[in-house]
Design a protein around this ligand. Structure first.
Ligand code: ZN
Length: 135
């Protein structure tokens, strides 16, 4: 279980899949099942056309940020390097909604959340949040 009062991080990811592939949360679900997980590890997925799809419910501990899943929610942008404006707008909407429910949670990129060799989500989350006026 995830407890609302414990949520400290809103973690942004990318799917690290080809930018031309229009994957959905179902595809990510299948991929993560193949890893032997209990299904999709993220709480939200944002498709290339900016659709916000549900992953795990927010009361269910995710599988996306090693060692910090107990205190984090995860959202994943489909793609690797170049994300669409529709995706960034949808991401902003997702984060604004989450911030209403989790006002004390910090928005961070996967690579800033933990020590990792990954560069996920492959853009500067801190800079982007500043541009969008998100805290
Ligand atoms: Zn990630």
């Amino acid at each position: 279980m995830l407890y609302k009062k414990n949520i400290r991080n809103l973690v942004i990811h990318c799917s690290d899949t080809d930018d031309n592939k229009n994957l959905t949360s179902i595809d990510i679900h299948k991929m993560h099942l193949e890893f032997g997980w209990d299904g999709i590890g993220y709480h939200k997925v944002i498709t290339r056309n900016g659709t916000i799809e549900n992953g795990r419910p927010e009361y269910w501990k995710g599988a996306h940020v090693f060692g910090k899943n107990e205190i984090s929610l995860g959202v994943c942008l489909i793609g690797r390097k170049s994300f669409t404006e529709l995706q960034f707008n949808a991401l902003e909407t997702t984060l604004i909604n989450w911030k209403k429910n989790y006002p004390h949670a910090k928005i961070i990129g996967h690579c800033d959340a933990i020590v990792t060799h990954k560069t996920c989500p492959n853009f500067d989350v801190k800079k982007w949040c500043k541009e969008r006026g998100l805290k």
